[in-house]
Design a protein around this ligand. Structure first.
Ligand code: PCA
Length: 325
């Protein structure tokens, strides 16, 4: 009974504080199309926070890079131009190799391993983000990465000279190793890049090809399961510290829910989007064994290079991940 009374008093207090506090509105830039599952999860997260704070903190999502383009989102949140945002952090691995832990070819190639790798890397990532004025809320993996072309490809030799759309330095490096010409383009702009011939091939998930109706320009998708890069929702530290305890607690709760449903949706979306590519007329199937073997050699080179760039902290992540196997 005493507990109940205390609880009721606490709830009454929260209600008073919530109504007394000035309602805040946070714009949340997101890089990918509104129909993409990451954007759907972000929209649910925003609703969860708005409802959970009884409108005390309203989060408004802006998908498709409409508020800030993908490449600008991290800086916008760091500098407080946006209080919160979503970004593929491996897009910033040229700034710090640790951001690229999730784009090492053939290190973690399944959802299960991606989860383990995330567990191993999360403390380092949180620390790095903290040093950059950022608070990490949640991270959700893209489906496994595979290769897109507009012709049949059975070996690295077939890839030589192609203009290859990259989304981070790992994908650009892969292109170089395969003798292709990398060109960095945000997902929101790839339909046009492929339609105009600025790019002719890429590595990405079935999800991004499906979202961008890639069958209008390309013909083949080869499942490689190279890695599962993550999108992250980050908050400006000043905005985080400046909002109420209640708002922070609700955001943490909604973030764990979003991470859970995001993982689940990513898995579901994998098969769904591959069927979608097929329905669009593309040839979809696993990459041939000899092509995979050639790619694995590049993977070894890139793992060594990453370990060299990411130093002891990088090595500790890989070791912790391997210890979970
Ligand atoms: N889609 C994003 C990143 C990884 C993915 O599957 C993109 O292609 O930009």
């Amino acid at each position: 009974m005493k507990i109940l009374k205390t609880l009721m008093a606490a709830t009454a207090l929260t209600a008073v504080t919530a109504t007394a506090a000035v309602a805040e509105k946070w714009d949340m830039p997101m890089a990918y199309s509104a129909t993409n599952f990451h954007s759907a999860v972000g929209a649910e997260f925003a609703k969860c926070v708005t409802a959970g704070t009884s409108g005390g903190l309203e989060i408004v999502t802006h998908p498709s890079g409409s508020l800030f383009k993908g490449g600008e989102i991290k800086r916008a949140v760091q500098t407080g131009q946006a209080p919160i945002g979503e970004r593929l952090l491996s897009g910033h691995q040229n700034e710090n190799a640790l951001f690229g832990f999730d784009s090492i070819p053939f290190l973690a190639t399944s959802f299960e391993d991606s989860e383990k790798l995330w567990k191993a890397a999360k403390p380092s990532l949180e620390k790095l983000l903290d040093s950059q004025n950022l608070v990490l809320l949640y991270a959700v993996p893209w489906p496994p990465q595979g290769l897109y072309f507009k012709k049949e490809v059975n070996s690295v030799a077939d890839m030589k000279g192609l203009k290859f759309r990259s989304y981070n330095s790992a994908t650009a490096r892969l292109a170089e190793l395969a003798g292709m010409l990398p060109v960095q383009i945000e997902a929101a702009e790839i339909s046009q890049a492929f339609a105009t011939g600025v790019a002719e091939a890429m590595i990405s998930s079935g999800s991004t090809g499906y979202d961008r109706k890639i069958w209008e320009s390309l013909t083949h998708f080869y499942e490689v399961d190279g890695w599962l890069p993550r999108n992250y929702v980050i908050v400006n530290k000043g905005s985080w510290e400046g909002t109420s305890d209640l708002n922070r607690a609700v955001m943490r709760g909604c973030a764990s829910l979003a991470e859970y449903t995001g993982n689940w949706r990513s898995k579901e979306y994998t098969g769904f989007t591959l069927s979608g590519l097929r329905a669009g007329g593309m040839t979809v199937g696993p990459a041939g064994e000899s092509l995979v073997n050639e790619l694995k050699e590049f993977g070894k080179t890139m793992t060594d290079e990453w370990l060299e760039n990411a130093g002891d902290e990088g090595k500790a992540i890989v070791d912790a991940f391997k210890a979970m196997q």
